[in-house]
Design a protein around this ligand. Structure first.
Ligand code: ADP
Ligand code: ASP
Ligand code: MG
Length: 329
């Protein structure tokens, strides 16, 4: 029997109604004769709310206690989903990070997974239970609860998929795939059918929060078939591949307030792209502070704040009107 790992992020599990959708998606995979491990995040903005409340108590909350606090968010979701699945007639069990055998280093609030002891998960899967695991957390060698850094549930899911040699790892969120730019900031974006792990790593580490960058690294290293899709529709998502052929500009992303990165394998060897970025910057009176080029990205840090309209202009020029800037090369 194949094992499938599915992960649902905060907006997908925000309330009871959404949990019903999550349960249906889970059951469909389970009924398809698969072992299913579901990884869940804290509901909605729970993590932000807990951080704010702790910061009202202390200007510099103790990191160990922050991990103890934040890990609770995921535990609430996991238990609720298991309660619902049981009610719907499916045997399910929720496991915390430590119950699931996720061992990390001691770096509180940004811990790295060192190894996963699958004994408990395997035992539950053998009994045909749906295993619901809390994302974002583990345990260190001293028995302290640790968390993996913001957005870390993606990393829990991909690491579990790697260890379980899962047939598929679905990362479900409120967008149905990876787009040519953040569809909430830029209009006219298009969904990508596929993206290479290396390009996706650049996109995530340059600020696209759709996937935690460390999960992409694990996915590439352990050949985890990752598909990103929406919890709320059945549209085909974006598939992560090992392909490294030159693919033109794939996506564009803004990090912080002034760093714009254009992502795509091979684009750094095309003069037209950098020239076009510089032309748009010049037209908008933006001064360049630094340029950083690698084989999958061109990142430019400006001296001023870059408005989302400029991100949109770059998206339109570099992705929508691709031919215009390359025709003279
Ligand atoms: P989850 O809570 O499920 O983990 P996130 O909020 O972390 O989901 O990630 C999904 C969000 O990522 C989307 O709502 C979208 O605004 C943002 N995003 C940023 N860049 C992209 C992109 N290139 N493609 C798709 N979504 C993107
Ligand atoms: N709940 C955590 C966060 O908000 C982890 C996650 O959602 O992936 O960062
Ligand atoms: Mg996320």
């Amino acid at each position: 029997m194949d094992t499938i790992v599915i992960k649902f992020g905060g907006s997908s599990v925000a309330d009871n109604e959404k949990l019903q959708t999550v349960a249906s998606k889970t059951i469909k995979l389970y009924e398809g004769n698969n072992n299913v491990v579901v990884v869940v995040s804290a509901q909605g903005k729970t993590t932000d709310k807990l951080i704010k409340e702790a910061e009202e108590l202390s200007l510099k909350p103790n990191k160990r206690e922050m991990d103890a606090l934040l890990s609770v968010g995921e535990q609430i979701t996991a238990a609720k989903l298991a309660i619902l699945l049981n009610y719907l007639g499916y045997e399910a069990i929720s496991l915390t990070g430590w119950q699931a055998g996720i061992h990390t280093n001691e770096e509180a609030q940004n811990a790295k997974i060192e190894y996963i002891d699958l004994e408990r998960i395997n035992k539950e899967l053998e009994n045909r239970k749906i295993v619901v695991v809390t994302g974002f957390q583990g345990i260190d060698d001293n028995g302290n609860i640790t968390t993996l850094g913001r957005g870390g549930s993606d990393t829990t899911a991909v690491a579990l998929a790697a260890e379980l040699k899962a047939k598929q790892c679905y990362i479900y969120s409120d967008v149905d795939g990876i787009y040519t730019a953040d569809p909430r900031k830029v209009s006219n974006t298009e969904k990508l059918e596929n993206i290479s792990y290396e390009e996706m790593y650049s996109l995530s580490s340059e600020g696209a929060k759709v996937l935690h960058d460390r999960c992409v690294e694990i996915g590439e290293r352990y050949n985890v078939p990752i598909i990103t899709g929406s919890t709320f529709n059945e549209n085909p998502g974006t598939v992560m591949t090992h392909k490294l052929e030159a693919s033109g500009v794939k996506s564009i992303v803004k990090k912080d307030v002034s760093r714009i990165s254009v992502i795509g394998y091979g684009i750094s060897s095309k003069d037209g792209i950098l020239n076009k970025i510089l032309e748009i910057a010049n037209k908008n009176c933006l001064e360049i502070f630094n340029i950083d080029i690698s084989r999958t990205k061109i990142s430019v840090v400006f001296k001023e704040m870059v408005k989302d309209e400029i991100l949109e202009e770059m998206h339109n020029e570099l992705i929508k009107n691709e031919k215009t800037y390359l025709k003279n090369e």
